[in-house]
Design a protein around this ligand. Structure first.
Ligand code: P6P
Length: 326
């Protein structure tokens, strides 16, 4: 038993009910996070058997961002669209793989919008390196349901955020105002069980995560910030945002993907990568910034807009931003 009454090993559904209590529309968030857990369980097996079922590799298609579409990108998108629609509480889904918002249902119960990156880190799929899924959960603006305007609000308006990581184990982490908790998939009965009753980013940090191959392209102030990180922490960089973020959340550290000539507005997506992970980081005592402002305060202009991302331990984020802007 930990200090908020949750028992390690407890099933996700039981833990959700005790956390949600009467604070939220329990059914809505309970239904959506349970649906994401179901989808993550399905995707867990798809990933584990992908090489044996010929679902590795690319489809041959190119997505709206001009990137190779991996077969698992399609599988992941379809799995989560299906479970979110069937949850009965989601009206609109935004997805990295879909150009436009997708209306998955209407009705008084469907008062939530989910913005998702169903497979983050696609380039790592074929080499058996950890990948993940990322979800931001918002109330739906019923006046503009399904139009871009219905989602163009800052990330601080999210009501919850979730990510899953398919690594040496499959872990689901969610944040609901003030709480960040983690669950590990038990493949013996396909349930997610509480393993991280209260996640807080450690004060003493070990790691920094950035693509050091981009260093020569960075502006001098940004180079000075990276050199400062090199002098104080060990480099760990997987190339899957969720894997790098999860390590830094649990063990303490910072992830940095700044602007550079190849990505003048940043590489990572604001609405379904930076915002959900920033909601989680900030609820775990951490912070996140674009270098100019808090990620969660950015007023979005479009569903697929990119942003620079500095996220992790609050003090290291502040120090990095100070150096890169001085
Ligand atoms: P780079 C994966 O393609 C991704 O979107 C993130 O998951 C990851 O952090 C980043 O790109 C890696 O980018 O340029 O270092 O390969």
């Amino acid at each position: 038993m930990n200090n908020n009454g949750n028992i390690v090993g407890q099933r996700l559904e039981v833990c959700l009910k005790s956390i949600l209590g009467t604070q939220y529309n329990q059914d809505g968030l309970y239904g959506i996070i349970s649906a994401i857990a179901l989808g993550a369980t399905k995707l867990h097996y798809k990933i584990r058997f992908s090489a044996l079922e010929d679902t590795l590799g690319a489809t041959g298609g190119i997505n709206l961002h001009g990137e190779q579409v991996q077969k698992l990108d399609v599988e992941g998108t379809n799995i989560f669209l299906d479970v979110l629609q069937n949850s009965g509480y989601v009206s609109v889904v935004g997805c990295e793989e879909l150009e436009n918002l997708k209306v998955v249902g209407s009705g008084s119960n469907r008062s939530y919008t989910v913005l998702m990156d169903p497979i983050d880190g696609s380039s790592n799929i074929d080499v058996a390196v950890s990948i993940g899924s990322i979800f931001g959960i918002w109330f739906t603006d019923n006046n503009s349901q399904g139009t871009d305007n219905s989602i163009l609000t800052p990330g601080n308006q999210q009501v919850a955020a979730v990510y899953t990581i398919y690594g040496s184990s499959t872990v689901l982490v969610f944040a609901i105002s003030g709480r960040v908790v983690g669950f590990t998939l038990d493949p013996t009965d396909n349930t997610f069980r509480l393993t991280h009753p209260e996640i807080l980013i450690p004060d003493k940090c070990k790691y920094y995560s950035t693509n050091e191959g981009n260093f020569p392209r960075l502006d001098p102030p940004m180079q000075r910030a990276i050199i400062d990180l090199r002098n104080n922490y060990s480099l760990r960089y997987v190339g899957s945002l969720v894997a790098d973020f999860h390590r830094n959340l649990i063990s303490g550290g910072i992830f940095v993907y700044p602007t550079d000539p190849e990505y003048p507005t940043g590489k990572l997506r604001l609405m379904y990568e930076a915002n959900p992970l920033s909601f989680i980081a900030c609820n775990a005592g951490g912070d996140s910034s674009s270098g100019e402002m808090s990620i969660l305060d950015i007023k979005p202009k479009s569903l697929h807009q990119r942003t620079p991302l500095i996220i992790g331990n609050k003090d290291i984020v502040a120090r990095t931003v100070e150096i890169m802007t001085s």
